[in-house]
Design a protein. Structure first.
Length: 201
């Protein structure tokens, strides 16, 4: 399995695309913010940083392979983020656009622990409400959990049979919610997976 995000997102128009030392910035969307891009795809993780983080976090090999191709991403103007690995203690630079780093998988799992953290590892999140996509270290399925006050709720709302299925299906679903220039065509709440199936309090 090879998941290449740059290829999967190639249908969007080239609008002032940029490449920095850390990432590829695709489709400028200045109506969101002056230096905003629809997609930020981070360059492959350094081998030593990936190996160290993989050992500490017990990252399954399938996600290690993903990070060796792209070290996480911030997609669809933040509707979906996929976490990456960074040097321990390296701050997340939010103000300098072209120096951005991925959301740290270690920080994200520390800040909002998945239900049953021995089994699940959060690998991505949804910007609308902070729901987390977690990989099951046993089955390698992807489970989607909502956030609660103390962490992630115990019952997954949705699941995908593999990392590849989750990435491909979510990119396909979200791509239909934006036009080729990167403008969102629907209410932000619809960027959540299958929003009509979600439970509401």
């Amino acid at each position: 399995m090879t998941i290449n995000l740059l290829n999967l997102l190639s249908e969007f128009r080239v609008v002032t695309d940029h490449e920095s030392q850390t990432a590829f910035f695709r489709t400028h969307v200045p109506w969101v913010a002056p230096e905003a891009y629809l997609h930020m795809i981070f360059k492959p993780a350094a081998r030593d940083v990936l190996a160290d983080a993989a050992q500490r976090q017990r990252i399954p090999p399938v996600f290690q392979e993903f990070l060796a191709i792209q070290n996480g991403a911030i997609l669809f103007s933040g509707a979906l983020s996929i976490y990456g690995v960074v040097h321990p203690g390296q701050p997340l630079e939010r103000s300098a656009t072209f120096s951005r780093l991925p959301f740290s998988i270690e920080s994200e799992n520390s800040d909002w622990r998945p239900y049953d953290p021995d089994r699940f590892l959060a690998i991505g999140g949804y910007g609308f409400d902070g729901s987390r996509a977690c990989i099951d270290r046993r089955s390698l399925q992807i489970a989607l959990f909502q956030r609660g006050e103390a962490g992630l709720l115990s019952t997954p709302l949705l699941s995908w049979k593999s990392l590849e299925q989750w990435v491909r299906e979510e990119i396909s679903r979200l791509s239909a919610l934006f036009d080729a220039n990167g403008k969102r065509l629907v209410n932000e709440s619809q960027t959540l997976p299958h929003s009509g199936m979600w439970k509401h309090n």
